[in-house]
Design a binder for this molecule. Structure first.
Ligand code: SF4
Ligand code: SF4
Length: 251
């Protein structure tokens, strides 16, 4: 995938530069603010017409700047779902995920930006429902452990009880390869965890949802994988049918 500026003059006359800076939104009933900058690696730090950021090795083709440009002046060529995270550290990954989620859903924050709370992200998913987000390139079990800790530690601290958790990984772990699924199945036997729902998704899926906005609002429960409700095969078949994109193993 590569990104190009459609009309350099449009960029030169652009006053807002929303490809680089987001109008921060702070939730009144919480301490969280949306991310203030767009690019998770620092490849793009200002108006791209002054210095082409897309040729830099730090550009990981995440597409955030494309989706946030207020003049639709950036274009993706050869859209691909793969990521190169060589130049994106864990802080960048949290920022990337929160900026995707903040466009897909009504509000999302990179809540662990200053390490002030334990969870990596927070997202409002509509109908007064919220979710904690945990992000890791590969370690699903670590994300799950963190989510369970988030649920227990922050019980009763938000206006609505947070009953949903989202794990974001490079790949959905195959069944049998990880005991993350065993823990999710047993989780509901424990007090205070019986009503919790864990969903899994990938950076690629978030990128797709971000770059292909729908007219109607996205239903959280429909687009992410709930291992208690369906198999990975059923999920990928359903998502492929809905999006028309073959997300084989969702990498
Ligand atoms: S890419 Fe879009 S938002 Fe950024 S400077 Fe150009 S026109 Fe403005
Ligand atoms: S595609 Fe992503 S990494 Fe590349 S310049 Fe845009 S925001 Fe930065």
């Amino acid at each position: 995938m590569s990104i190009r500026i459609i009309n350099t003059e449009v960029c030169q006359n652009c006053k807002k530069e929303t490809c680089a800076f987001i109008d921060r939104v702070t939730k009144i009933d919480s301490v969280f603010a949306s991310e203030g900058t767009v690019c998770p690696t620092g490849a793009l730090q200002a108006n791209p017409s002054q210095q082409n950021p897309f040729t830099k090795k730090e550009c990981i083709d995440c597409g955030l700047c494309v989706g946030y440009c207020n003049k639709s002046n950036l274009e993706i060529e050869n859209e691909a779902n793969k990521f190169n995270f060589e130049y994106c550290n864990s802080f960048g990954m949290n920022a990337l995920v929160s900026n995707y989620l903040n466009k897909i859903f009504p509000f999302a924050a990179n809540s662990n930006r200053n390490s002030s709370v334990l969870f990596d992200g927070y997202v409002e998913i509509g109908e007064e429902k919220e979710a904690f987000v945990e992000v890791d390139e590969k370690d699903a079990l670590e994300c799950l452990r963190n989510l369970l800790g988030d649920f227990l530690l922050y019980r009763g601290q938000y206006a609505n009880e947070v009953n949903t958790g989202l794990i974001v990984l490079t790949e959905i772990p195959p069944r049998g390869s990880s005991n993350v699924y065993t823990v999710i199945e047993r989780m509901r036997m424990f007090p205070n965890l019986e009503s919790k729902n864990i969903y899994i998704t990938t950076f690629s899926m978030l990128k797709y949802l971000f770059l292909h906005p729908k007219n109607d609002s996205v239903v959280f429960e429909n687009v992410f994988y709930n291992p208690l409700k369906e198999t990975i095969e059923e999920y990928t078949e359903r998502i492929t049918k809905e999006t028309g994109v073959c997300f084989s193993n969702l990498k």
